[in-house]
Design a protein around this ligand. Structure first.
Ligand code: UT7
Length: 345
């Protein structure tokens, strides 16, 4: 049998722009209110990157911290995975920029476009690369600057008030497995990724979509796309809301059940941060107490791919996620896409 590996998270790092904009400040330029935003979503503030700051800049800063935390040099990384829906360029992706800016060897570097499911899908992919022996040290970065792709006026208020900018990275290491007892499982204490589920239903694509630029426009992007608002994201909030609760609950239950676990066995659940009401409804359906769920949406809003690793970085800082804990991450986003990961931290 060929050598097998387990994927261990060695380090985490986050970076958010300094500029914090509260709901009250936002309501000076958008016809909204602190009450509307906080009651419906739990959001109180978000970070907004200064004009000209790029997504790869945030990605580099978060990744430097993750590498430091892991005690791993950029030259040791043999694969880069980046998750973003707001890259510096339409192409190439930020993975390539990150590889170059961090002075890495000429290793593979790719972007995934899984939107709010970016972390849960990307972790499943990183784990697959490590298990198969194709990579030993992976830098996985989730980064977004969304405030430049949103319509930050009253016309776009149903989305503009929910999203924010930020980045977080993790470093994963493949550890050789000498025997079956060294494989991470729900019923032992071996560190590493235990199991992942990725799901999707493209039938939901039109409910959360940014149509231009893209080949759905005859010119990829033209003046009419801009004038008629197709260059702004569109969201049917209530449809997304209902699907998010249903899919996140379902995928978490499936992942736990197939590993012989009950929600109570989990040390910490980190749900995607789209709306505090979504997180709380998923938590209630799973029957988890508030102290077993980590949320930071009140500070950052929805940073899309970056929400889950931003929570992980802060949960570690706050001592709420410790080595040996059983971590459940779960997310839902545009596509529709969803997924979950079970990790012995
Ligand atoms: O990350 C994955 C993607 N995103 C999500 O998971 C988000 C899922 N959806 C949601 O979280 C919620 O649907 C929202 C927070 C987006 C909206 O909450 P809602 O209770 O579904 O509100 P609504 O869209 O039904 O809008 C209610 C009212 C409307 O006015 P009328 O038609 O009742 O007169 C909107 O025009 O609120 C109005 N509205 C606002 N008012 C003040 C919409 N946006 C705003 C705003 N400020 N920012």
């Amino acid at each position: 049998m060929s050598q097998q590996f387990r994927s261990v998270v060695r380090g985490v790092g986050k970076y958010v722009p300094e500029n914090e904009v509260t709901n009250v400040e936002l309501s000076k330029t958008i016809d909204t209110s602190d009450a509307w935003i906080s009651e419906r979503s739990g959001i109180r503030a978000r970070r907004i990157a200064p004009r000209g700051m790029t997504t790869s800049f945030l990605a580099v800063e978060a990744s430097k911290k993750a590498l430091d935390d892991a005690g791993v040099s950029a030259k040791e990384i043999d694969l880069v995975i980046a998750a973003t829906l707001s890259p510096d360029y339409f192409f190439p992706g930020i993975g390539s920029l990150l590889q170059h800016k961090l002075g890495m060897n000429p290793v593979g570097a790719f972007d995934i476009r899984q939107q709010c499911s970016g972390f849960v899908h990307g972790l499943a992919m990183a784990d697959a690369f490590i298990r198969s022996g194709q990579a030993r040290k992976i830098l996985f970065c989730c980064a977004e600057i969304q405030t430049t792709i949103m319509d930050m006026t009253t016309r776009g208020r149903n989305m503009a008030v929910l999203f924010g900018d930020g980045a977080a990275s993790i470093v994963l290491e493949g550890i050789p497995i000498a025997s079956d007892a060294e494989r991470p499982r729900a019923d032992n204490t071996v560190r590493g990724v235990i199991d992942n589920i990725t799901g999707g239903d493209g039938g939901g694509a039109e409910n959360l979509v940014m149509r231009a630029p893209g080949t759905s426009s005859p010119d990829f992007i033209n003046a009419a796309d801009i004038e008629e608002g197709r260059r702004w994201p569109h969201m049917d909030g209530q449809t997304v809301f209902k699907n998010a609760i249903m899919r996140m609950t379902e995928v978490a239950e499936t992942l736990l059940t197939r590993n012989g676990l009950k929600p109570a066995d989990v040390s910490l659940m980190v749900p995607h941060q789209a709306n505090l009401r979504i997180s709380e409804m998923v938590r209630d359906k799973l029957g988890l107490p508030p102290e077993k769920v980590f949320n930071n949406i009140h500070k950052y809003g929805n940073t899309t791919a970056a929400t889950v690793p931003l929570c992980l970085a802060e949960a570690v800082e706050e001592g709420r996620l410790k080595q040996g804990d059983l971590l459940l991450t779960v997310a839902f986003g545009a596509g529709f896409t969803w997924g979950a990961n079970l990790v012995r931290w």
